[in-house]
Ligand binder design. Structure first.
Ligand SMILES: C[S@@+](CC[C@H](N)C(=O)[O-])C[C@H]1O[C@@H](n2cnc3c(N)ncnc32)[C@H](O)[C@@H]1O
Length: 490
């Protein structure tokens, strides 16, 4: 591991080559819309199933067609046709094209992403039969998208993408951060990120080094990371997924650095895996990562995977031939560590040094959620501030506009008897909550006209209850409904 953070990071192409490449991609209309329009629905649908045939039946030798054939369909193209689409000498020199018998083929993955172009290593699909190299630079995948959608996006002065890879998160950060820094332990990844930045006319600070070392002593308003979080003994083979730390050490380390990395009010968000260890609730394990830090935190677990499926998934991911011995050794290690399953989710932290104990919620969130999740994350932190600073009995609440109440009844001697009431959100996070009759009535009567104390006073009279006892019971229930977004406040 090189400790030198002053490694010079240069794009894969010379500046003039980048300019020529950008001009060629623009002239060919190699944009997301351009590609969609050229291929049409049928060929696009087929591509999403990895079936290139309908696309290849349509495509000819025009520059846009050649770019799609090279970089979307992984075809070898005639050199003359490629010369009309791309600055070939620049691209060959930079490794974006590879001479092969019959012409040229893609040396990397170069595709329009949102309103940008992005350069990463070619996925296995475009280079069938070739396992990924150890320093493979990952392109945009499900995890990158999950993080991009979950990121809070207020305007900020400084943002850090830790483990930037091809630079996908940095691209998004550039839309709302004045200064973007990307770090990586792979020089190759940093050169790809530099190329992505240059091609899109962006200026990022790119630093080489392990975790937070390259930015030691600096603070950021927003830090995002899709770290190499795969859980194993700590001796992995691929830098994009293996951290070299045993178990979930890298995620624990990152969580523990929130304090020193963030400005006051700043956010750190990262995707994580955590071990479910026999006899230890996973929530306690993750909570221990935050012990002693001054951050509010919302941790959501989206998936839980058993060790066999987990090991198979990650061995398949790198395109290696299935290695039964390696799989067995990895699974034996899981057994030794008493790891029964692996949780996957999102950790969102916000630095808050004043105002009492940190508010931390660690929970499962398996239902479908409305995107972008990042807006919900900001809302969650706002709700925590409200709950921390506002005496609830004096506040006015409004039932969220999208609620439904579902009742489940059983036939009994006196006819239908309601045995369960479920309050449900029909949008946003789609939370559901079992409520009693009084809580359902309280939510229905929350129109923002009365304070909670007055609402409870009326309910107490209507049901012959003691007002003080009712208030004591209602406040934690209302706090939960506010946190979950069933009740809004003004
Ligand atoms: C899963 S990829 C994420 C790439 C990209 N940020 C994304 O969202 O798709 C993880 C990245 O972390 C980098 N990485 C691995 N170990 C690291 C370390 N110890 N410190 C910093 N970066 C590291 C890898 O080289 C890789 O680029």
């Amino acid at each position: 591991m090189r400790e030198d953070v002053r490694v010079q990071i240069t794009p894969l192409l010379q500046p003039a080559g980048i300019d020529r490449l950008r001009a060629a991609l623009s002239a060919a209309n190699y944009t997301r819309q351009g590609v969609e329009d050229r291929l049409g629905h049928e060929a696009q649908d087929a591509l999403s199933r990895n079936d290139f045939r309908p696309a290849l039946r349509i495509l000819g030798d025009e520059p846009l067609d050649v770019l799609i054939k090279l970089y979307v369909c992984g075809q070898t193209c005639d050199r003359d046709a490629v010369e009309r689409a791309l600055p070939v000498a620049d691209c060959v020199e930079g490794g974006l094209l590879e001479p092969v018998p019959g012409g040229l083929r893609a040396g990397v993955d170069l595709h329009p992403y949102e309103d940008w172009w992005l350069i990463a290593d070619a996925p296995e699909l475009l280079r069938p039969g070739q396992p990924l190299r150890a320093d493979h630079v990952l392109g945009v995948g499900g995890a990158s998208n999950t993080l991009a959608l979950a990121t809070v996006r207020p305007k900020v002065a400084t943002a850090l993408d830790l483990g930037t890879g091809c630079g996908v998160q940095a691209l998004h950060l550039s839309t709302h951060a004045q200064h973007v820094t990307g770090t990586d332990l792979s020089e190759r990844a940093l050169r790809f990120a530099a190329t992505t930045a240059a091609l899109n006319g962006m200026d990022w600070e790119l630093l080489y080094g392990d975790m937070t070392k390259p930015v030691a002593g600096r603070r950021f308003d927003l830090v995002v990371s899709n770290p190499p979080f795969v859980i194993g003994p700590g001796e992995g083979s691929h830098i994009y997924r293996d951290s070299g730390r045993p178990a979930d050490g890298i995620c624990a380390e990152l969580a523990g650095r929130a304090d020193e990395l963030l400005t006051e009010g700043g956010h750190l968000q990262f995707l994580a895996n955590w071990a479910h260890v026999e006899g230890e609730p996973w929530q306690e394990r993750v909570a221990s990562w935050l012990a002693g830090t001054h951050v509010d935190g919302w941790v959501i677990q989206r998936e839980v995977t058993d060790p066999v499926s987990y090991v198979q998934l990650w061995l398949r991911d790198s395109g290696d031939q299935f290695d039964a011995q390696r799989a067995a050794a990895w699974l034996d290690w899981f057994d030794e560590q008493r790891i029964e399953a692996v949780g996957f989710g999102m950790i969102s932290l916000r630095k808050r040094s004043t105002g009492g104990f940190p508010r931390v919620r660690i929970e499962d969130l398996h239902q479908e959620i409305e995107q972008p999740f990042g807006a919900r994350v900001l809302d969650w932190f706002d709700r925590q501030d409200f709950l921390r600073t506002t005496p609830l009995l004096g506040a006015r609440f409004t039932a969220a506009p999208d609620l439904r109440l579902y009742s489940e009844a059983e036939a009994g001697p006196e006819g239908w008897e309601t045995v369960r009431r479920t309050l449900a959100q029909t949008s946003g996070l789609h939370w559901t909550e079992a409520v009693d009759e009084a809580t359902a009535a309280l939510v229905a009567s929350s129109t923002g006209d009365l304070t909670l104390a007055d609402q409870l006073g009326l309910l107490a009279v209507a049901h012959g209850l003691d007002e003080e006892e009712l208030a004591a019971a209602a406040v934690p229930v209302v706090a939960n409904l506010v946190e979950r977004g069933f009740l809004d406040y003004s």
